[in-house]
Design a protein around this ligand. Structure first.
Ligand code: PLP
Length: 377
């Protein structure tokens, strides 16, 4: 089938697989054992990868902590900062359209006594920095706003929010899982203190990610686990050398490809949107198109059930929303936050394009979706 589910996960780039393979067997060694040459070689490979991941977001290598993915990075950032700063204040601000791996840890903190403000978004999916400023209080210790939304692709105004937080001594975290590798990200320019990334969203392997922690912020973070002291005690556990090497290679490839790949994916996304909007009467695009990252189209097909539409399209691999939401059967909270009613949310498909998408695939997808939508209308 034509793969149009890149926001859920990206296929591992073959060059990434090649870079990883030796570290599974031939040169496998515990990178924390510096007594022998293979251990030191594994450690060196990890440090190279750390520098590659850091470079992707304009950070310093020492500011990258490897985790099992963005879910763990988000949990570590939110719970880690909340617990380290509890004496200073217990108020956290976030946004309604965040991923479950941000909202759920914050709900857990709320049950433990923290006060959490969840800001609404406008009809285009964006949070208003002025509105956010009004919610900041003397006891606010952390603000968490995602860079790019996984269901609608909307880019949040991180720069102005970073400036607001920095001026007040509030730490600023962003879940950048959908942004890293897809658009330029500079943690200094955005005044970010913490940022979460995931390898399997940027053509790396699943099961590895990173939390960026600004050096001045490290003392404001408590680990989630105790163990052997790896990653400066903030994320103990033997580092998975093959996964980290793959992550580093994926980050280096993404950084090198960024401008050309973004332009090409943007062109294909436009071709898909134009083809479908001509073919499907009343088709609506969700999210403010002026602020949507290339490669994502959230489309509402009026009067059509998205589940039935997907079932009528076995030749396409796509999704009706966040992959993790698909099983609950509830309307997507992201689409609901945009103001879609449950019927419109249930009529919505997410199409995600990426590095390996071709023009021929887009044309096949347009024809297939147009045919299926006409049959169901
Ligand atoms: N945050 C966002 C915005 C995502 O899209 C995802 C993807 O599932 C995650 C976090 C979780 O990432 P991971 O699968 O690396 O835990």
């Amino acid at each position: 089938p034509v793969y149009l589910d890149y926001p859920a996960t990206t296929p591992c780039d073959p060059r990434v697989v090649d870079a990883m393979l030796p570290f599974f067997s031939a040169t496998a060694a515990n990178p924390h054992n510096r007594n022998h040459a293979p251990g030191r070689a594994a450690a060196a490979a990890i440090e190279r990868a750390r520098a590659e991941v850091a470079a992707l977001i304009a950070a310093r290598p020492a500011e990258i902590l490897f985790t099992s993915g963005a879910t763990e990075a988000n949990n570590l950032a939110l719970k880690g900062v909340a617990r380290a700063r509890a004496a200073r204040g217990r108020h956290i601000v976030t946004v309604a359209t965040e991923h479950a791996s941000v909202l759920e840890p914050l709900e857990a903190l709320a049950r433990e006594g923290w006060s959490v403000t969840v800001l609404p978004v406008d009809a285009g999916g964006r949070v208003d920095p002025d509105r956010l400023a009004r919610e900041l209080r003397p006891d606010t210790v952390l603000v968490s706003v995602m860079a790019v939304n996984n269901e609608i692709g909307v880019i949040q105004p991180l720069g102005p929010i970073g400036t607001l937080c920095r001026a007040r001594g509030i730490l600023f975290h962003s879940d950048a899982a959908q942004a890293a590798g897809r658009m330029p990200l500079d943690v200094d320019a955005l005044e970010l203190d913490l940022a979460s990334v995931s390898a399997h969203k940027l053509y790396g392997p699943p099961g590895v990610g990173a939390l960026y922690v600004r050096s001045a912020t490290a003392s404001d973070l408590k680990p989630l686990m105790e163990g052997g002291g790896q990653e400066r005690g903030l994320r103990p556990g033997t580092l998975p050398t093959p996964l980290i090497v793959g992550f580093g290679q994926a980050a280096a490839l993404a950084a090198a490809a960024l401008p050309t790949e973004t332009a090409e994916v943007g062109r294909l996304t436009q071709r898909l949107w134009q083809g479908l909007s001509r073919a499907v009467p009343g088709l609506r695009r969700n999210g403010d198109p002026a602020h949507v990252a290339p490669g994502l189209l959230s489309l509402t097909f009026p009067g059509i059930d998205a589940t039935e539409l997907m079932e009528a399209l076995p030749e396409l691999a796509l999704s009706s929303g966040a992959a993790c939401q698909a099983e609950s059967g509830l309307p997507s909270p992201v689409l609901t936050a945009l103001g879609l009613d449950p019927v419109a949310a249930q009529a919505t498909l997410r199409l995600g394009l990426g590095r390996f998408t071709t023009g021929a695939e887009i044309d096949r997808a347009v024809a297939a979706i147009a045919r299926a939508a006409a049959a169901l209308a």
